[in-house]
Design a protein around this ligand. Structure first.
Ligand code: 5AD
Ligand code: SF4
Length: 472
């Protein structure tokens, strides 16, 4: 998709950005060649959504979208800082860009987002990666035209990382990766300061978009045939645009819109998940039957040191209430293994809850110290070997549970949205159920006939990761 779509009346600095857009257009036109932009995303869905806006702006300036870095004249890495592994991957891939710059002197290279919003990483880039032309923080999302114009006119390296208060950005051109599924940010930033987490440090304080803007965006998506909308925020339950309007109100209002679409949302913080939210899910068939509820740990003492503001009992109680309010719901979670000082007993408590709640799937991470966070100062006598051994035990338990849950689908018929046109490497088509489960299936139809359709699939076999069947 190469046509950027624009939405919303509100704007941030839009007039200036339009001027810069025109200027870059002129500079690119003078090169008398096709200019291509490649944006590579590391990290979470919020970053995916931000990258779609970076690409929208790039296209407005005259670039054509490409997924191939070798043929690009603009490469932006939209970076992640949540764990060290993500940062190291990005840095090593940044190193590989040197060769491309040597081959194409036209190439402009930028690093964007969470990793480089941290001063120490920005300085790393300054010192060790001289072929990176610009660095920009998360609060610059709407200013790509200005930044590119500055780099191109000055011919110098530029650093747009500062403490300016982050704003709620409207009216930025967007180029979506899919016309079937779309992310819609409802809020940005986080106020929670979980002690392990870098997000509040790099994405700033919470700010919510006005509901009119969100509803306009959603209406536009539905009109364009979008079938699945995911509302995004670090903690959607603290969505607060003022006037007492809350996230469950937004869910109800979106679900009341006409159209053949479903709604997802992520992420929910357990401390803020309310009965109103459960009501909104259970009363709206358009809300998908999937609840992602990060637990992080099953030990109340570790949760206290994580500053999560709930106990293990409160988490259990909430999860049970969700399951009884919406019996067919798939519950998934995030777990951090090896938080500083996590004892064997603490870890066993996490396993106990995993055993009891039988999550459909879990995302488990070994704790990664983050510069500037409180937990990075905590004493940590647990060795990395102990942590990896715990991780292996957790994954083994979850694999068994996921396999059992998936096996229970054999013989049943599930409803799923087919979201690929091509067969997968295993020779089957792929679809997702309302609960987010991946289903591989056989069909006589071709990909074009299946793509975007909600279909029924009779399940005949399963593994821990997915279920398999035939289109009914
Ligand atoms: N180390 C390991 N995992 C982390 N997460 C966030 N910060 C860290 C960290 N420092 C995990 C949490 C969060 C998910 C998005 O990433 O589980 O829910
Ligand atoms: Fe990080 Fe906690 Fe905010 Fe989630 S709620 S982004 S884990 S600080």
């Amino acid at each position: 998709m190469n046509t950027p779509e624009k939405y919303n009346e509100d704007h941030t600095d839009l007039e200036n950005q339009i001027k810069y857009t025109e200027k870059v257009r002129e500079i690119l036109a003078a090169k008398k060649r096709i200019n291509k932009a490649c944006i590579i995303t590391f990290g979470c869905q919020q970053n995916e959504a931000d990258s779609e806006r970076l690409m929208g702006q790039a296209i407005s300036m005259g670039y054509i979208k490409t997924d191939i870095p070798d043929e690009a004249d603009l490469i932006i890495y939209n970076t992640c800082a949540v764990r060290e592994h993500a940062e190291l991957r990005t840095l090593s891939r940044t190193g590989a860009l040197k060769k491309l710059k040597e081959k194409n002197p036209n190439l402009v290279i930028g690093l964007w987002g969470c990793m480089v919003t941290q001063n120490h990483r920005m300085n790393d880039i300054k010192m060790k990666y001289p072929y990176v032309d610009f660095v920009a923080g998360t609060n610059m999302l709407h200013r790509l035209p200005e930044i590119l114009c500055d780099v191109m006119v000055s011919g110098r390296r530029r650093y747009y990382v500062n403490e300016e208060p982050a704003v709620t950005v409207e009216n930025v051109p967007v180029c979506r990766n899919s016309n079937l599924k779309a992310y819609v940010s409802v809020m940005y930033g986080c106020n929670n300061f979980c002690t392990y987490c870098v997000v509040p440090h790099v994405r700033g304080r919470e700010r919510s978009r006005q509901k009119e803007h969100i509803l306009d965006e959603v209406r536009g998506l539905i009109k364009n045939g979008c079938k699945e909308i995911t509302l995004l925020g670090q903690n959607v339950n603290s969505y607060d645009p003022g006037n007492g309007y809350r996230f469950p109100d937004l869910i109800n209002e979106i679900c009341a819109l006409d159209g053949d679409f479903t709604l997802r949302f992520m992420t929910s913080h357990p401390k803020d998940a309310s009965d109103e939210l459960l009501n909104a899910i259970s009363h709206n068939p358009k809300v998908e039957r999937h609840f992602h509820l990060p637990m992080q740990s099953g030990s109340t003492e570790i949760l206290r040191r994580m500053n999560r503001k709930y106990t293990a009992e409160q988490y259990l109680d909430l999860a049970r209430r969700i399951k009884s309010a919406v019996p067919d719901i798939a519950l998934t979670t995030d777990i951090i293994v090896g938080f500083p000082g996590e004892t064997e007993e603490d870890f066993e408590k996490t396993l106990d809850i995993v055993r009891e709640l039988r999550f459909d799937s879990i995302f488990a991470f070994i704790y990664s110290p983050r510069v500037g966070t409180h937990a990075a100062q905590m004493e940590d006598p647990v060795t990395y070997e102990q942590k990896t051994a715990r991780m292996a035990r957790l994954l083994e338990m979850q694999t068994q549970i996921s396999a059992e849950i998936n096996a229970s689908f054999i013989g049943k018929t599930v409803t799923a949205l087919c979201d690929t046109r091509e067969k997968m490497q295993n020779g089957l088509f792929a679809a997702r159920t309302s609960s987010g489960k991946l289903v591989f299936f056989e069909s006589e139809l071709c990909g074009d006939e299946l793509y975007g359709k909600t279909i029924e699939i009779k399940i005949s076999r399963s593994t821990a990761a997915q279920i398999y069947g035939t289109k009914v």
